[in-house]
Each structure stands twice: as C-alpha cells, then as structure tokens.
Design a protein around this ligand. Structure first.
Ligand code: ADP
Length: 470
C-alpha cells in the first residue's frame, strides 16, 4: 500500500516538476493532473493484467508486477497452488484406498443411495460376473438376479450375510459366495462378497470325517458289546466261548487299526516336511514290501489251492536300485500299503508285479500292477479320500480301514512324489509312485531297465486313469 502511495506521489512530483520546467506554475498544475491520470491509467492496466490472468491464465505463472496488484496475483497463485496440492493429496489418498480395496481377497462394491454401482474391485467382478465399463451406475438389483439376493436386498435387514451361487458355478464345480451389505454415509451401501466354497467343503469334509470315524469305531464296538453281553448272560460251552473271544479279538483289532491309521494320518499332516539328510536303500524298502506281501498272501489264501504269483525285481536289480531321500517309516508305509492292497484285492491265483525304474530325468517310478478285479473309472478320483471304499466287504474281510490310500497320498506328496492310478475293470490295476529326481540317488547299474517293469493289464491303452494323487 505504501509503495502504491509513494509511486502515486512520485508520478505527481515528476509531472509537476516537468510542467514547472516547461510552463511555470500553471504548467506545474497541468503536469500534476496529467501525471495523476497517467498513474490511474497505468494502475488500471496492471489491474486488467491481473484480472486477465485470473480469468484465463495458467495458475502456476502469475504476471510479475510490483505493488498491490503484484502481491494480490502472487497470493492468488499461492492459494491456487495450495488448493491444487490438497486436491492432489486427496486424489492420491482415494487412489491408495481403492488400490487397497482392489487388492482385497474379497469382493467390494460401492453402491450409491439408489443402489447403483459406483465402483467395484476385480474380485467382485468375478464373483458376480460384472464388467465395470458396462455395469457402472447400473442398479445392483438388476444385475444380481439371484432370488435369495433379491429377497435379502428387498428386506433391508443386512445384519446377516446371504449365501449365493457364484457366477462361475457349475454342477461339477459349485462356487458359493457369501454376500453382505453394510449401510454407510447418507444412504450408501458397501457390498462385501467372499468365496466360501473351500470353507463349506472343509466343513462338509469335517462333518463326513467325524461321521465316518464314529461309524468305523461304533460298528466293532457294538459287535463287541453284543459278545460281552452274550458271554455274561448265556451259559456257553468252552468251544463257543473260544469262538466268541476270537471274534471279539477281530473286532478290537479292527478298531485298533482304524485308530492307528488315524494317528498315522494326523502325524503325517502335523509333522515337518521330510528333509534330504536320510537316504534309504530302495532295496530295503522293496525287501520289506516283499516279505509283507508274501505273508499277507499266505494268510489270505490259506484255504485256497493256489496263492498269488508275486513278482519283485530280481535280487541283483534290487541291490542296484539306489536310494531314496526321506523318512523311512513314511516311505515304507506308502509302498507297503500299495503292495498289500494289490494282494488284498486280487483273488488267489492272480499275479502281482512290483517294479522299480529309474526314469530319464533322474526320477524314479515304483509301480504295483495286479490282475485283480480292477476299479470303475468313476471311483478313481475318489480313492484317496478318507474312508472311501469301492469294495466294502472285501476291504473289511481283509482288515482294511479305508484309510490306506489316504495315507499313501499324504506320505508320497510330502516327498514331492505323485501317486498315479490306472485300472481296467476285469483286468487289473496299476498303482505307481513317481519320485522327483531330487530325492533319488541311482544305484550302480541304474541304466539297466528294471526287469519287472510294469506290464500288467492296467497299463494297456484304454485304461481308466487317475491323473494324480488327490
Ligand atoms: P482299504 O483299507 O479299504 O483297502 P484303501 O484306502 O487302501 O482302503 O483303498 C481304498 C479303496 O480302493 C479300497 O477299499 C478298494 O476298494 C480300492 N482299492 C485299493 N487298491 C486296490 C487294488 N489294487 N485293486 C482294486 N481296488 C483297490
């Protein structure tokens, strides 16, 4: 302000002095008047520059002026800059929040007061089949046509979630989505969706598992209780007592096997992955399998004219079979289970061929081929489920618990191996475990192909095939 006043006085003084010099006192008065008008004209020009800049100019480049107009322009420029920075910070914040919502594993949809989609993340797009460019500002009620959702949306009671069929759901692969609306702000709503397919499956599996375990334990327990009551109440002969005690011992052995297998499974699930420090000779594993298989076959075929023909690699090949890295007990249990199953599910007189083969990439394949009844293709993917049995009576008769292949699956997976199952009904099955090269140390003469390479009928073309252990 002071500068403005000084400049005005300077103008007057200069005009007066010039007028005095040219025309004396009257010239001085006229000079002062002209100088005053000149100063106002100059001032208006400066104001016009500032106004022009405010109207159309770039807010970052204010006109450089001295005095009041210059200061006003500079202050406006600074305020505009400050405003711009605040808007930018706000936009960055909104962008960060939307990015966080985008990264959410759940679906997020922002709805306006009329229930129209203002924004949604990719997960919500996949849950509901939205396409954001197409569906932006469309009413959620029109886009999600599931009757359960319409009823939920119409009731305006959003205290609980509603479970809907996912957009990508098929009868073979059902997808279940839990959806809940959360009102906020002035009539707006936040819609959250979560894929609960795995949760529901896990819950169903848990229920099935408990039911199965209870059934497996209850059945022999009921039989045992019946025998105990009979022994207590009826006057039995010594022979009868012995017979009943024998049957009781069978039932308790069955319960013991179930509990044993359940413990093995839980140990497999709970223990750390097998390391690479322990190297087990494959020969020892195969020998043990052979002993068990021959023993089991002798027990099962005790009243048969002919036993099983059990073929293992020749002793020299066994010796050169190499080593496997892992946990001895787990590997032995997996391989023995497969060989024992082949014996149990192959009628007397059938052939069981066990082979060990080093593969081209350095991995190895253990295979058991039998000439049993074979398995229908629809059962193959479910064989490794707990308590899943194709042939219930045979399983029980031969002391099966329905947990053997579940144990095999866990044990081999823990060793990075894959369980492969192929079968032809009426001809036989082949159960193979393929170990990765990292866990296999080939023996001296691994180049020689294993003599007992799986040649069973299950490996013929047209065999039903389970892709891998489940
Ligand atoms: P189980 O104790 O009943 O044998 P497993 O988990 O070992 O349970 O096997 C699951 C089911 O797979 C068995 O009940 C049986 O029906 C079928 N199975 C397993 N191995 C064979 C095989 N070698 N041949 C035919 N069926 C088999």
């Amino acid at each position: 302000m002071l500068w403005r006043f000084i400049s005005f006085l300077c103008f007057q003084a200069a005009g007066g002095a010039l007028g005095w010099w040219r025309a004396g006192p009257w010239g001085c008065i006229i000079g002062i008047c002209i100088a005053a008008w000149g100063w106002f004209a100059w001032d208006i020009w400066r104001a016009a520059r500032v106004l022009g800049w405010l109207r159309d100019g770039d807010p970052r480049t204010a006109p450089i002026l001295r005095g009041m107009w210059g200061e006003a322009a500079d202050r406006v420029r600074r305020l505009v800059r400050q405003g711009q920075l605040q808007v930018q910070a706000g936009e960055d914040r909104v962008h960060d929040i939307l990015s966080a919502l985008q990264a959410s594993p759940n679906g997020v949809v922002l709805l306006d007061e009329q229930g129209r989609i203002e924004w949604c993340n990719q997960m919500a797009e996949s849950h509901f089949g939205f396409e954001i460019e197409r569906d932006l500002m469309q009413s959620i009620g029109n886009l999600v046509r599931d009757p359960d959702f319409s009823a939920y949306y119409g009731k305006h009671d959003f205290s609980h979630p509603v479970v809907l069929q996912g957009r990508s759901s098929t009868p073979a692969r059902p997808v279940r989505i839990s959806v809940q609306l959360h009102p906020y702000g002035d009539g707006r709503k936040l819609l959250l969706s979560q894929d609960i397919t795995a949760l529901e499956q896990a819950e169903a599996m848990r229920r099935d598992f408990v039911a199965n375990v209870s059934h497996e334990i209850r059945t022999p327990l009921t039989v045992l209780t019946g025998f105990v009551e009979t022994l207590q109440t009826l006057p039995l002969t010594a022979d009868e007592q012995q017979r009943y005690l024998g049957m009781m011992s069978q039932q308790s052995a069955r319960m013991q096997s179930v509990v044993q297998d359940l413990l093995t499974l839980s140990r497999l699930e709970g223990s750390p992955l097998p390391g690479m420090n322990e190297w087990i000779p494959v020969q020892a594993l195969l020998r043990r399998c052979e002993e068990e298989a021959r023993g089991l076959s002798a027990t099962l075929c005790v009243n048969q004219k002919k036993g099983h023909e059990i073929v293992f690699p020749a002793p020299a090949e066994m010796k050169a079979a190499g080593q496997l890295a892992g946990v001895n007990a787990e590997l032995q249990s997996a391989l023995s289970n497969l060989v024992n199953n082949a014996v149990r599910y192959t009628p007397a007189g059938g052939v069981i061929k066990v082979s060990w083969e080093i593969l081209d990439g350095g991995g190895a394949r253990f295979a058991v081929a039998d000439t049993g009844a074979g398995i229908e293709p629809e059962h193959l993917p479910r064989l490794t489920e707990r308590f899943y049995r194709v042939d219930r009576s045979r399983s029980r008769e031969t002391g099966g618990t329905g947990l053997g292949l579940a144990i095999v699956k866990h044990a081999v997976q823990r060793h990075g191996a894959v369980l492969q199952i192929s079968s032809v009904v009426g001809k036989g099955s082949t159960f193979a475990v393929v170990f990765p090269a990292s866990r296999v140390r080939a023996g001296a003469s691994h180049a020689a192909p294993a003599a007992a390479k799986a040649t069973g009928p299950a490996s013929e073309s047209g065999a039903a095939h389970a892709p891998a252990a489940r």
